[in-house]
Design a protein around this ligand. Sequence first.
Ligand code: AMP
Length: 189
Amino acid sequence: MKNIVIFGAPGSGKGTQSALLVEKYGFKHISTGDVLRAEIKKGTELGKTAQGFIDNGQLIPDDLMISILAGVYDSLCPCEGVIFDGFPRTVPQAEALKVMLAERGTEVAAMLELDVPDEMLMERLINRGKTSGRADDNEETIRKRLNVYNTQTAPLIAWYEAEGKRNAVKGYGPLEEINAALCQVIDAL
Ligand code: AMP
């Protein structure tokens, strides 16, 4: 059972690379952004709460996000492995994930970090906004999300480094090259 955290700024390619890894290894994929967008679509209470934060480029409060995660995880596992995409996004979330997995007799096997320069992220997200239909892929909200990433999420790089789990790869260039670099890390686990 391999629990993998795919990590990077908005627009770093986490979703794209997760899909390739799911196809190759048969892992389950937990994208907390997708989970929240599905709740919004269904019009649930959770979706209504989440929408305000998402549209504003802000993070959903940790306690709420953490309480959702265990249920999603347990609905998919036991299994080959899980790719966590977009979670954790804060140090308290990383700590909660560690506890949740320990309670289930497992742990994060690796954090895979996609490194992409800021100006490239902006360009990718603006382009994605033309077709994604995502309300938060507009220039103003993208700036907020990148700022939230830099202040609240980037500290996780040092956190996972201290855990001995961090593996950084170049997140731009040909997709297959990025994918090969990620597979190399996973195959060595
Ligand atoms: P994403 O699809 O991962 O870019 O997430 C879209 C939005 O969903 C984010 O900008 C946040 O508002 C919210 N979100 C997704 N995952 C999390 C998380 N782990 N913690 C807090 N908010 C989240």
